[in-house]
Design a protein around this ligand. Structure first.
Ligand code: GLU
Length: 315
């Protein structure tokens, strides 16, 4: 029996139990409400989907729940910008370091010179990345992003949640002010509102845990989809993305997540978490109730349990 089969047999028996024991801590978290539409998500949901290279899957809990990618999308827009513009151009607009500040902070854009975002996974950095996606119009850029995400998820029906898109666009005063500050700092090319539109659109792409696991599987296998054999991303860009996920993918709890789980991951304010065991599994998790750091409270608890039980940490 290979390692993978062994893990799968063990997990099959225990995954439902781990979901059941992690779920109650949702009561200590809160669903994000600063984007009003997100507050409609069920606070007591928890689901997980684990996919291996043969396409075998394990799932438990509410893994059919649809949710928007939010910050998880930043990993893949970073990759697309790298594929469009190359490393040098991308890293002339964003840095490579964690901030220790909130994901939507603009503090360091004024305090630290040059005023470029510290990394591509905070809002300022992801907004800068949106301006680097190829396309003659915001609509064309967004269409390219959506089609890239569809190919990574092997799901042609991935689409926007228009209600979440509108809800964010109407209330995003902080992100708009950040966009203008970035423009003034010489980071953003083009029209600020158009760049923000690309950003709001990619944050509102609707997925479920299975979609996230498939996208994660491509990263787990260094950019080549192990199920179809197709190379979708150059290996170097996956390496960059996985490194950012490890150092800043879980907001200001990235260090803690690296210690307790030990896998590259990216979370979003909708309660989704995309993670992977490199060379083995792609994993999608959802649990809309968030902890104080903005990560799914039950989702993190569940991943801590599984990673410790199955010794998944890379470190
Ligand atoms: N669209 C969200 C925002 O800009 C993404 C935040 C997140 O998931 O961290 O606030």
């Amino acid at each position: 029996m290979s390692d993978i089969d062994k893990d799968f047999t063990i997990v099959q028996e225990r995954l439902e139990d781990w979901v059941k024991t992690s779920l109650p801590c949702s009561a200590n978290g809160r669903v994000a409400a600063y984007i009003p539409e997100l507050s409609k998500a069920p606070s007591d949901a928890l689901g997980i989907y684990i996919l291996d290279k043969q396409g075998q899957a394990l799932s438990a809990g509410d893994c059919g729940l649809q949710f928007t990618m939010q910050s998880i999308s930043k990993v893949f827009t970073l990759i697309l910008a790298l594929m469009d513009k190359g490393e040098k151009a991308v890293f002339s607009k964003v840095g490579m370091e964690p901030t220790g500040d909130n994901f939507n902070s603009m503090l360091k854009l004024e305090l630290v010179r040059p005023g470029i975002p510290f990394n591509p996974l905070i809002n300022a950095g992801a907004i800068a990345i949106s301006s680097l996606i190829d396309g003659v119009s915001p609509a064309e850029k967004s269409a390219r992003v959506l089609s890239f995400f569809r190919s990574l998820a092997s799901n042609d029906s991935l689409d926007y949640d228009e209600d979440v898109y509108r809800s964010e666009s109407e209330t995003a005063n902080l992100n708009r002010s950040m966009g203008y500050l970035l423009k003034d700092n010489g980071v953003l090319e083009g029209d600020v509102d158009e760049v923000l539109d690309v950003y709001f659109r990619h944050c509102s792409i609707n997925v479920n845990c299975a979609d996230l696991s498939r996208m994660a599987l491509v990263l787990a296998f260094d950019g080549a989809d192990p199920i179809t054999g197709e190379r979708l991303i150059p290996r170097r860009y996956v390496q960059i993305a996985k490194t950012f996920m490890t150092t800043c993918g879980m907001y200001n709890a990235s260090g803690e997540f690296a210690i307790q789980v030990g896998l590259p991951a990216k979370s979003g304010v909708s309660g989704g978490i995309l993670t992977m065991v490199p060379g083995r599994y792609g994993i999608g998790v959802v649990g809309p109730a968030l902890n104080a750091k903005g990560n799914s409270i039950a989702g993190v608890q569940l991943l801590e349990t599984i990673a410790q039980e199955l010794d998944w940490s890379l470190f």
